[in-house]
Design a protein around this ligand. Structure first.
Ligand code: GLU
Length: 489
């Protein structure tokens, strides 16, 4: 296997969206699979779109997902700098060479002229694009105008005839007629390159073997191929990755549960689960769904990506996250739960939380959560000074509909029984409550529902007897007495 040199080349325009980060996951996996290098390059040539703090958020996203890079803006490397705005002389030299060779020319058209051209083309229902007005300016005249400092851009002199074929690893040959490509801008008036120029220059300079990028770039790929050829560079292997669709089709958005990577981190998803999920959204191996990071590295190949756009399935992500939570060593999970609870419990709860106590309830909740943040609603009652008593109508259902005194006395009988329990351990607690249920006229299920509501404050809770043990005798009995007196009031 030839070690690949691949890159993730984000623009600093905010947090990377899910599709963009999935491409980063695939790219990283391919580097690791082939024993090659994964590098990060910041593409900040569109300064107007730059968002402050993006680079840090992007790098934090990669770090959290465990996608380590071998070269990049923060760590440098043999091909530095890895920030495009620091590489301007390279693009300018390439543009100068293209002009010299007759493959590019300065264009002095003003934006008003270009707007007027576009309007005319639209009115006449012709394709829009630059028609080459400045292409015919004689080199000597062009030079003279440049010397006077006249504002200009540099355009590529696209061949007017023939075709260009790009090879995409997933699609095979993609061929276009050159006359459908206009003389596109390669260097802007501020001396910054467009993506079209920066891509061939940097990917060649950085010895990139595979360019993995979203398929919105596919229509531009022939332009890039022409530039590679004109500059005498060998073309890389292209892999244009399909978009991720919303469930039911259409563009994926936040409404469908798609979030930024760091939001998943904040909400208590596990990096391994998200990595697994993103990788299998558009790639597969047999019928498996759960893949460890190591196994993905072993199996993943860019050539196996699916061309059909995959659908974003948030239920699958949640399910996978639950699988990872259940599979992790209990102590590690307890630590994650403790940290999550420290963020989410009310401020009056003392921090740091007692780790031994969290470890005690971890086995009780691990089957009941899909994301770490689910834990708060399940166990908050352990941490409050008083378990909050649910409203009356929660208790007065089914057997106890319209029977508040009946519910109250059933609860009181449990409080009495619990007061006599020793040792205060789950088996003794359970035995006492079951014995009581047997002699009572109330069905076990109805009785235990009342108790659960009183001692946990909720209808759905961790297992009842264990919860009562962990809550402690004083709090458990007190919560029962308070519920009963509310029902009697
Ligand atoms: N900066 C480009 C983008 O974010 C990179 C595309 C590429 O990977 O070449 O879309």
């Amino acid at each position: 296997m030839t070690p690949a040199r691949v890159r993730y080349a984000p623009s600093p325009t905010g947090d990377p969206h899910v599709g963009n980060i999935r491409t980063a996951v695939w790219t990283w996996l391919y580097a690791r699979h082939t024993g090659g290098q994964f590098l990060v390059r910041l593409e900040d040539t569109d300064q107007a779109r730059a968002v402050e703090g993006s680079l840090e958020r992007i790098l934090d996203s990669l770090r959290w997902l465990g996608l380590d890079w071998d070269e990049g803006p923060d760590i440098g490397g043999p091909y530095e700098p890895y920030v495009q705005s620091e590489r301007l002389p390279l693009y300018q030299a390439a543009a100068a060479r293209l002009i010299e060779q007759g493959n590019a020319y300065p264009c002095f058209c003003s934006s008003e002229e270009l707007d007027a051209l576009r309007t005319r083309q639209q009115k006449e229902k012709r394709p829009t694009g630059y028609e080459g007005k400045c292409r015919t300016i004689a080199p000597a005249e062009a030079r003279a105008r440049l010397d006077t400092g006249e504002p200009h851009v540099i355009r590529f002199a696209t061949p007017r005839e023939g075709t260009t074929t790009v090879v995409d690893l997933l699609r095979g040959d993609v061929t276009v007629e050159n006359r459908t490509l206009d003389d596109f801008v390669i260097l802007k008036s501020d001396g910054f390159p467009t993506y079209h120029l920066a891509h061939p220059v940097d990917d060649t300079a950085m010895a990139i073997t595979h360019v993995t990028r979203g398929d919105e770039w596919l229509p531009s790929a022939p332009r890039h191929a022409l530039l590679f050829d004109a500059l005498g560079y060998a073309r890389p292997t292209y892999v244009h990755t399909p978009i991720i669709l919303a469930p039911g089709g259409g563009k994926l958005s936040k409404r469908h549960g798609a979030k930024f990577v760091l939001e998943y981190a904040e909400e208590g998803y596990l990096a391994d689960a998200l990595l697994n999920f993103l990788c299998i959204t558009g790639w597969g191996h047999g019928d498996d769904t759960v893949f460890t990071r190591e196994r993905l590295i072993e199996l993943f190949d860019l050539a196996d990506l699916s061309l059909n756009p995959a659908t974003f399935d948030v239920d699958k992500l949640n399910w996978l996250n639950g699988v990872y939570l259940r599979d992790m060593p209990e102590r590690d999970l307890a630590e994650l739960l403790a940290r999550r609870l420290e963020l989410s419990l009310p401020p009056e709860v003392l921090r740091p939380l007692d780790r031994a106590f969290v470890e005690a309830f971890t086995p009780l909740v691990r089957e009941r959560i899909q994301v770490l943040s689910d834990v708060t609603a399940l166990v908050d009652f352990f941490y409050l000074d008083e378990v909050p008593t649910p409203p009356r109508e929660e208790f007065l259902q089914k057997r106890f509909k319209d029977d508040a005194p009946g519910a109250a006395s059933a609860i009181e009988s449990v409080a009495d029984a619990l007061e006599a329990v020793t040792p205060w351990e789950t088996p003794a607690i359970e035995a006492s409550m079951r014995a009581l249920a047997e002699t009572s006229s109330v069905k076990v299920g109805d009785l235990f529902t009342l108790v659960r509501l009183a001692v946990t404050g909720k209808r759905i809770s961790p297992p009842l007897f264990e919860s009562i043990e962990l809550l402690g005798d004083t709090k458990a009995v007190d919560s029962l007495r308070r519920a009963a007196s509310m029902l009697r009031a």
